[in-house]
Design a protein around this ligand. Sequence first.
Ligand code: C2E
Ligand code: CA
Ligand code: CA
Ligand code: CA
Length: 284
Amino acid sequence: KANSSGESSNEHAIGVHDQQLQQQYLRRLALRDKLKLALSAHALTVNYQPIICAKTQQIEKFEALVRWHDDQFGFVSPAEFIPIAEEFGLISKLGQFVLERACQDLGRLHQLGYEHISFSINRSINEFRTDNDQVALVTQAIAKYAIPADKVVIEITESVAMSSNHYVNDALAKLKDTGVKIALDDFCTGFSSISNLIEYPVDILKIDKSFVDNILIERNQSLLTQTLIDLAGKLDMQVIAEGVETIEQLNCLRDYGCNQIQGYYFSPAVPIDECIALLSKETR
Ligand code: C2E
Ligand code: CA
Ligand code: CA
Ligand code: CA
């Protein structure tokens, strides 16, 4: 459209777009300042989502997921504030808080007699990129609460595992040597190649929700998921499927050979007291 009215509506569209960008930018800056305060005030919390055996439906692990409620912004999703923490240099402090709290809570579960339970803790690439000693931080935290190293899983995304940064590679190799398990999170959602999986010695592969969503709907996605589970098994890796919302999805994944599942079908992430309640209801 080359007429003048078309031009002016186009200009208007750009104006609105700029305004949206500016609002997003201001929200990020405000969240950054609030997050800084929340970290200093220890106002964040950690909830835990059960990871159950696909066959028995007994709880075997929990994934630690950070939670933040702000007076002004309400509940802010970690999907929004983790990238902000990474960008503005707050991720080390945040990661350290989650690590410490998770180890404390796992120590409590073990003391209550649930010693078979593992905790899975997310670590961001920026926590590995700097020269701060990830191995020391993790081993100190698990020693402080007398947790066996093999009951702690560190979840990293592919960008971490496949980093060419030598700090990252050294840290992961040393962590594995201490007995801590390494899980590869969100596999196949970014730029990945299956050859990465063969080269990198992870213990656990986490199948992303985007695959689980489609296994009963889309034949090719289901074939890919099946093949990934097969391959992981042949490489002696455990497989956890995330975002499982229905019994049909669970049954299908179990039949494919998936070891564990995590998702709203069983439970969302809950506070530690509710974890204890869930465990106490299990017949063992
Ligand atoms: P993630 O590590 O892939 O975690 C799984 C996300 O899927 C969680 O979202 C969880 O609540 C959600 N989820 C689990 N089951 C279901 C389901 O059945 N249906 C649906 N719709 N969603 C489900 P959440 O807690 O909002 O966390 C988002 C992301 O933020 C996480 O993705 C992780 O990348 C990051 N994150 C969370 N906590 C931490 C942390 O302590 N440290 C770091 N570095 N990142 C974290
Ligand atoms: Ca994760
Ligand atoms: Ca994930
Ligand atoms: Ca994810």
